[in-house]
Design a protein. Structure first.
Length: 111
């Protein structure tokens, strides 16, 4: 081989797609970018105490004493007379869900 027999490859840079802006993504949460409504919700929820749910023994007691959703709500009101509306609703939802699951399992087992 002599000089000039081999051609040095020239690097060809392909044209880059330029429709996307050249910026770095930042996934950091920015609490300072909350809207006024979001900020109000944050302030309201920060002031609330943590919500506690019913224990398994309380659920079992409620379900054994209740024969309908209405009686379940009544018995729950007797169990937690000083509950807030939010707390009562959350615990009622929990008890109704447990009753649904127990009913489903009982119905599935009898087939």
């Amino acid at each position: 081989l002599e000089d000039g027999d081999l051609i040095e490859p020239t690097s060809v840079v392909p044209n880059q797609f330029k429709h996307v802006p050249n910026q770095v993504f930042n996934f950091k949460a920015k609490p300072n970018k909350l809207s006024d409504a979001q900020q109000e919700v944050e302030e309201l929820t920060d002031g609330q105490d943590d919500l506690s749910l019913l224990s398994m023994s309380e659920i079992q007691q409620l379900l054994s004493e209740s024969d309908s959703p209405e009686s379940l709500a009544f018995n729950l009101a007797q169990l937690i007379p000083k509950a807030t509306k939010t707390e009562f609703t959350a615990k009622l939802d929990q008890a109704l869900y447990a009753a649904d699951m127990i009913g489903y399992v009982a119905a599935s087992g009898s087939e």
